[in-house]
Design a protein around this ligand. Structure first.
Ligand code: DCP
Ligand code: MG
Length: 381
């Protein structure tokens, strides 16, 4: 299952005037923001996720830009996921709006299960979803995409390769830009083109990885649907209106993004063991670094400390930064992990819960962290 134009659909429920209009949820074009989600009315103009908002506006004059409200999306995502968990014995959530369900023990046909859940989510959350029913995750995911929006595509067992064959090769999972560059000169356009190559051609072109690639192109996948195994993540990032080389500003932004990710994790009841830093330089090259923590965290201070440590290792004073981002990955349900935490963590947790409650009532600006001086807090150390 994957929600259709997820952030946009939530916004339409909050503001029905948006319904049927060309709009995106994303950052401001002045701030060089990017599109998070594009409404289906905007898509024929070529507007897509991850595209700079300025470019989206040029493609689609009159496009409405809505500022993201992550709290609302997190809450809606949780409601949808709960409906799925109530209905299926194993649910693997792979992103805020996507999940695999293992219904192999259910005597009903997969199509019937999907249809009934699509209706349930429509009725109780007023959100449109697309569904793919197949014998494995790879094919189910592609079937979901093929049917969008409000799709329900069933691939009967044994028909996996035939279903994939006519589809463009980019739809195959794990075909990144680098593999794609190699495919083009070979004249491979469809997934079927790839499936037809011989083992020797495959290893010659793609190395040992080539054999796996062809197996995937035939729709073979034996990964189980696993609860909470997938590295879910939550992140926040900012593209500066002008490139920033000032350590104090970068540090403050890092702090702000860490606080934001922490608040969203707590809102979703999740904690993670990996902290990631993302930096984009003015020439658009992007660097990501990550560090593993000993215990899962949803705490602003711990996230910031880890992100700052990473930042210090890769940033040299004076170097300009275009984008900065902080993320937490390897997420799990916090309640399950709570036993691991010590008393001081719980105290800090109570403080942050109080701050979250105040912010929820009076807005983000109501509580600001006081400036702290001391070791490790200044941009230059
Ligand atoms: N998202 C984001 N930045 C991206 C991609 C996605 O912030 N580059 C957010 C906004 C999306 C949500 O995650 O609404 C889900 O991502 P999807 O890729 O499923 O995109 P949509 O749900 O918006 O559209 P679709 O109907 O194609 O699934
Ligand atoms: Mg989606």
């Amino acid at each position: 299952m994957d929600l259709d134009a997820f952030f946009c659909s939530v916004e339409e429920n909050l503001n029905p005037d948006l319904r049927g209009k060309a709009f995106v949820v994303g950052g401001s074009p002045d701030g060089r923001g990017v599109v998070s989600s594009a409404s289906y009315t905007a898509r024929p103009f070529g507007v897509r996720s991850a595209m700079p908002t300025g470019r989206a506006l040029r493609l689609c004059p009159g496009l409405i830009v809505v500022t993201p409200r992550h709290g609302a999306y997190g809450r809606e995502s949780q409601r949808v996921m709960q409906i799925l968990r109530d209905a299926a014995p194993v649910v693997e959530q792979i992103s805020v709006d996507e999940a695999f369900l293992d219904v192999s023990d259910d005597p009903r046909p997969g199509e019937e299960i999907a249809r009934s859940l699509r209706g349930a989510i429509d009725r109780s959350c007023r959100l449109p979803t697309s569904w793919g029913v197949a014998s494995n995750k790879l094919v189910a995911k592609i079937a979901t995409e093929v049917g969008k929006p409000r799709g329900l595509v069933v691939v009967p067992p044994g028909r996996e390769a035939a279903f994939l064959a006519p589809l463009p090769i980019e739809m195959l999972w794990g075909i990144g830009p680098r593999t794609r560059e190699r495919l083009q000169p070979l004249g491979l356009r469809t997934i079927g083109d790839l499936a037809q190559l011989s083992d020797s051609q495959l290893t010659e072109e793609f190395g040992p990885h080539g054999i796996d690639l062809a197996a995937r192109a035939r729709g073979e996948d034996d990964r189980p649907v696993e609860e909470g195994r997938e590295a879910r993540s939550m992140s926040s990032e900012t593209t500066f209106a002008r490139d920033v080389a000032d350590g104090a500003i970068l540090n403050a932004k890092l702090r702000e993004l860490s606080d934001e990710v922490g608040a969203r994790l707590r809102e979703a009841g999740m904690a993670g063991t990996t902290v990631r830093l993302k930096l984009r330089w003015p020439d658009f090259t992007t660097l990501t670094r990550q560090v593993s923590l000993h215990q899962p965290t949803d705490q602003d201070g711990e996230i910031f400390a880890a992100a700052r440590g990473l930042f210090e290792r890769v940033w040299k004073p004076g170097r300009k930064v275009r984008l900065i981002g902080v993320g937490v990955a390897n997420l799990g349900d916090r309640m399950r992990q709570l036993g691991l935490f010590d008393a001081s963590w719980q105290q800090d947790g109570r403080l942050l819960a109080a701050i979250d409650a105040i912010r929820a009532r009076y807005g983000r600006e109501a509580v600001r962290r006081g400036a702290r001086r001391g070791r490790g807090d200044g941009p230059e150390g």
